[in-house]
Design a protein around this ligand. Structure first.
Ligand code: DX5
Ligand code: ZN
Length: 232
């Protein structure tokens, strides 16, 4: 039997999970068909909030067979990378704004055998990733100012996704586009995919009190079914 990778990957963000049942919530997401587990590390400096560090990342990694999509919202992540990056299946995303030596940090992550991504905040221009773009596996376009779940999608992310999609296609780069913040079943997810997003991060849309995780994930998946990334 042959299987083809889904056009769009869904990465539930555990930031919105019930931390008293964290392993169980991660397993629920995996059983519901999540493609990746999005893990938000926040340091209280790069973003005005602290989430968790290495010990909790280890616990999440132990709870799932899925690759971690590690979103490091930390100032100068190079300091923390040796403790955080322990498995070559991890996808490691650092912020362009947080790295004085982004090229070196990207190189270090690649040397660990991991996929590497660079994230950019809503106010950060695409030029911040331009010089490292050929080296990347993922560009993460933030559709909110990072630090908190449950914020509203900032529409200018769509223009960024479109322009990045065009640049990547024109140059033949093997870079995936990811979008994070305010993504829900419906227009935000659909417009993001149409603009080029292949990885959708969703926190409160997946982990909430209104729906079971499986139902929420199925609704998000159904809302982008049949859409081709970058078709718009
Ligand atoms: C925000 C984080 C996001 C967050 C998304 O700073 O990077 O991953 O969990 O949450 P929602 O999907 O609720 O906007
Ligand atoms: Zn995130």
């Amino acid at each position: 039997m042959t299987t083809t990778a889904p056009q769009v990957q869904i990465a539930p963000s555990v930031l919105a999970a019930d931390f008293g049942r964290l392993a169980r919530q991660v397993q629920d997401a995996e059983a519901a068909g999540a493609d990746l587990i999005h893990v938000d590390v926040m340091d209280g400096r790069f973003v005005p909030n602290i989430s968790f560090g290495e010990v909790v990342v280890d616990a999440i990694r132990a709870a799932t067979g899925l690759p971690l999509n590690l979103h490091l919202m930390v100032h100068e992540p190079a300091r923390l990378l040796p403790g955080l990056v322990k498995d070559a299946t991890d996808q490691v995303l650092v912020h362009a704004e947080a790295c004085a030596h982004l090229h070196r940090t990207v190189g270090y992550i690649k040397e660990q055998g991991c996929q590497v991504g660079v994230a950019i905040n809503p106010a950060t221009p695409l030029s911040a990733v331009e010089e490292v773009l050929p080296d990347l596996d993922i560009v993460l376009v933030m559709a909110v100012n990072p630090g908190f779940g449950g914020q509203s999608f900032i529409p200018s992310a769509l223009g960024k996704l479109r322009r990045l999609h065009r640049t990547i296609a024109e140059n033949g780069y093997a870079v995936q586009l990811e979008v994070d913040g305010g993504v829900k079943a419906g227009a935000t997810a659909q417009d993001s995919v149409a603009a080029g997003a292949q990885i959708l991060v969703a926190g409160t849309a997946i982990f909430n009190r209104e729906q079971p995780v499986a139902e929420a994930l199925a609704a998000l998946r159904a809302s982008v079914a049949g859409l081709t990334p970058g078709a718009a």
